[in-house]
Design a protein around this ligand. Structure first.
Ligand code: UDP
Length: 235
């Protein structure tokens, strides 16, 4: 396998599947199966899930919500999604544990790097929920932070697009996909891979990112097996 330990970032929106809102059980089960297959191949997996299918603080603040409360709602949304994934993994016999950035037992265990690593070493999937625990951050930044903390070999960002393109492929049909690209080129071309806080954390800590289409069943295992899937963003 290409990586021994990964941090998989799943966006909340993709969890909604065709529904666009809430949680799509079929999509959830497909994710769970792909994750179980990867664990069976010996890969240690930590997961961070977004909350955009339920609530985003920034969008909420435009409708009059207090920004900090809105962000806290967003972070709680990531806990809801994490519990859903935990349930789907358990249903197919994949051991897992939900950690939370802020204390909320018995919903999940308070996160610490050591507990998360121990959990992965025991064959469990460590689902790290609640974002960073702080407002004004995104789950991309939380993923970068947790990936670095748990000493992941790479952060795999599962999206609906199959990599990083020269331009938005939905708007510009001539856009082409990069197999690999450096962080500096991402900055210079102004490409939207992740928000700048997350990108900078990855760059400064030498953490590679792979952007790939997790919605195509089998892609996670292909990527881990070294096939040319998605775009590798490197230092
Ligand atoms: N959030 C936050 N701090 C964090 C992570 C997330 O305040 O460390 C809030 C923020 O309001 C964000 C929401 O949680 O909009 C959901 O996360 P995100 O938008 O990153 O989810 P995704 O786009 O991946 O579904």
């Amino acid at each position: 396998m290409k990586y021994n330990r990964i941090l998989l970032k799943l966006s909340g929106e993709s969890l909604a599947g065709e529904k666009r809102n809430g949680i799509d059980e079929i999509r959830l089960e497909e994710y769970a199966r792909q994750i179980k297959e990867a664990v069976a191949m010996g890969v240690q997996i930590g997961i961070v899930i977004g909350g955009g299918n339920i609530f985003r603080g920034l969008s909420g603040s435009k409708k009059g919500f207090d920004r900090v409360k809105g962000d806290q709602m967003g972070m709680l949304a990531t806990v809801i999604n994490s519990l859903a994934l935990s349930s789907a993994l358990s249903a197919i016999g994949q051991k897992n544990r939900v950690f939370t950035s802020i204390r909320m037992e018995p919903v999940g265990e308070l996160y610490s790097k050591w507990k998360a690593i121990e959990s992965m070493q025991n064959g469990e999937v460590a689902i790290i929920s609640g974002g960073t625990g702080n407002p004004f951050f995104t789950t991309d930044t939380a993923s970068a932070l947790r990936a670095i903390e748990i000493e992941a070999d790479a952060m795999l960002k599962g999206t609906r697009v199959d990599g990083v393109y020269t331009a938005d492929p939905e708007k510009d049909p001539s856009a082409t996909r990069f197999d690999t690209i450096s962080f500096d080129e991402v900055y210079n071309r102004g490409l939207q891979v992740m928000d700048l806080t997350a990108t900078t954390m990855c760059k400064e800590n030498g953490l590679p990112i792979v952007v790939f289409d997790m919605d195509r069943y089998g892609n996670l295992l292909k990527l881990l097996s070294g096939e040319n899937v998605g775009t590798l963003v490197h230092v």
